[in-house]
Design a protein around this ligand. Structure first.
Ligand code: MG
Ligand code: MG
Length: 248
């Protein structure tokens, strides 16, 4: 069931989303060579709890971390641990926070030191693909319009679109209806209405779109070992467009 949020509920989601945004800003200067993903996770948890919020992902389906930390060829759901970031890595930090019962969810990709031109290209165009998707959002548009715009942009830039994982509705649970795929046909899927709140999150690969899951039952990696990028915002459908909730 797709829920429509009241103005008051969207205000609370804006607070939750802003906590997620500020957690990203807080972590950014720590994303440097030598730090472990576990340390980033600890910093994120401390920050989220200091804002009277709780980490959305900790314990979700048994996930052990506060945030997901996925390096290079890891696409999403990387478990924070002892691995240290190295110069030239890219790391995806996926952060969720719950405030007064409502969630915000946003992922971003960060460069560690000097990265290759191809990683810069991947990051630039995955971020742009997110905004291509968001641009479609307004009452009367359809979920398929979002996915189509992302897929078309990704293909024009020769990037692989991960299909096994999708965006989603966000509200009193971090994942709710509808699914928001990063591919699709225009004019298909659920119709967007004012008050819907969804996370749009393209995961694009420099090589093949194919991915597999590691033995830890969480981490998703690209089949060909090439890097992947991930950008995500939670947004509300407004009267004439959309508003980013996981922003300033
Ligand atoms: Mg996320
Ligand atoms: Mg999400």
């Amino acid at each position: 069931m797709i829920t429509i949020k009241s103005e008051r509920e969207i205000e609370l989601m804006k607070v939750a989303g802003n906590i997620v945004y500020r957690t990203h800003q807080y972590l950014k200067p720590f994303v440097k060579e030598g730090i472990t993903t576990k340390e980033l996770d600890r910093l994120a948890e401390e920050f989220i709890r200091s804002q009277d919020a709780t980490p959305s992902f900790k314990g979700y389906g048994g996930f052990p971390g506060t945030i997901c930390t996925s390096i290079n060829n890891q696409v999403v759901h990387g478990i924070p641990g002892k691995r240290k970031l190295k110069n030239g890595d890219i790391v995806k930090l996926d952060i969720g926070a719950c405030y007064k019962g409502f969630h915000g969810d946003s992922a971003w990709t960060y460069a560690v030191g000097e990265i290759s031109e191809e990683k810069k290209y991947l990051m630039e165009h995955t971020e742009k693909a997110l905004y291509e998707g968001l641009k479609q959002i307004k009452p009367g548009a359809r979920i398929g319009d979002i996915g189509h715009a992302i897929e078309e942009y990704a293909e024009a830039h020769h990037l692989g679109v991960v299909k096994e994982l999708v965006g989603h509705g966000v509200g009193t649970t971090v994942h709710e209806d509808p699914e928001v795929p990063n591919y699709g046909k225009p004019g298909t899927g659920p119709i967007l209405k004012e008050g819907m709140t969804i996370a749009v999150e393209p995961m694009l690969n420099l090589g093949t779109a194919d991915v597999y899951i590691l033995d830890d039952d969480w981490t998703i990696e690209t089949d060909d070992g090439k890097p992947s990028a991930h950008y995500e915002h939670t947004v509300a459908v407004t009267k004439d467009g959309y508003q980013i909730l996981t922003g300033e």
